[in-house]
Design a protein around this ligand. Sequence first.
Ligand code: OGA
Ligand code: MN
Length: 279
Amino acid sequence: MQIGKLSDALGAEVTGIDLNQPHNPATVEALKRAFAENLVLVVRDQKDLSPEAHVRFCEFFGPLGKRSRPADSRHEKGNEPAEVMFVSNRRVDGKYVYTLPEGEMMFHIDQCYVERPARATCLYAIVVPEVGGDTLFGNLCAAYDALPADLRAVVDSHRALNVFTYDSTQRDQVGDPSKRREFVQPMVVRHAVTGRKALYVNRLMTWSIEGMDKAASDAILARLFDHQEEPRFVYRHKWRKGDLLLWDNQCTVHARADFDPNAERHLRRFTVAGGPLAA
Ligand code: OGA
Ligand code: MN
């Protein structure tokens, strides 16, 4: 197994391992260390990775996470473990039957609108388009470290409300209040292994800073979003079939670039469970 850097911002690329095969504890330790240091792991060339092997890989990093929303489509209840989700634009009778089928998605953190967001999310690329549909990852530890003093003072001493309506990909689609989920989280969290602080906000879901009037809150959030999305903190992943990608869902934000809805894109997704977030 070889491990190399993916970019200056974050990420490690792992080659020379077949995760369908059993592996020894030293390999698992090396993967965990690389994940803690680099926040994103891309394991290349995983040919026909079985759902069981996919789950086993996730469980190197912690217990498997439950879905925050139950599978509502019969197509999602296949032979895979119940925790599976497919991020996919496959259609049945002309209709989408999976999650997040199309389009660009703003930077976000999965499940930050519930008490216990997933600690990590893992996607396996089964079919990916020739062009488009890249996933972008921002390093929230680096973003925190580089904050100007006035913004750091705010985030160190405040919490923020995170809001989401399922299937929305843009901030202004978070509509119908009766369908929203929301939770107040710290604006700074610590990496579970390294103890590094991370700037825990995102453009799609972070609505307001607790205890601040709307104008001040909006102005500060706008600056924080622009800051954390600066190219120096971001790695852009161009998918290859067989990529198995795991991201730290507490210390990174992720976004998706647009792609042709008629180009098939089918990824299998599991999460690693997380606990309540401590400031
Ligand atoms: C997700 C997600 C991005 C993508 O699965 O949580 O944001 O590139 N996916 O499909
Ligand atoms: Mn996501």
